[in-house]
Unconditional design. Structure first.
Length: 83
């Protein structure tokens, strides 16, 4: 599955998503992991829930790789919380 990388224009948050899952990372809150099949309205955070770690890690790793590729300052300045 293809993973898409999206960022807020001011760098307040970044996201990576595929057909089923969406990961949103900001500097203000814990990561948000959505299961778009179970929760298409994106109301429930599945971050840290049993059975979702592999999806978080896969999307987080791709997100970090894309941020490095595009020299995203939010990553280098440690403005994002992704642990």
């Amino acid at each position: 599955d293809r993973i898409v990388y999206v960022r807020h224009s001011a760098g307040a948050w970044v996201a990576a998503f595929d057909r089923r899952y969406k990961l949103v990372i900001s500097g203000l809150d814990q990561p948000w992991l959505y299961d778009l099949e179970k929760d298409p309205d994106e109301l429930v955070n599945y971050f840290g829930r049993e059975g979702y770690d592999e999806h978080f890690i896969r999307l987080r790793n791709e997100l970090i790789a894309q941020m490095k590729k595009f020299k995203e300052t939010a990553l280098t300045e440690k403005k994002l919380r992704y642990e």
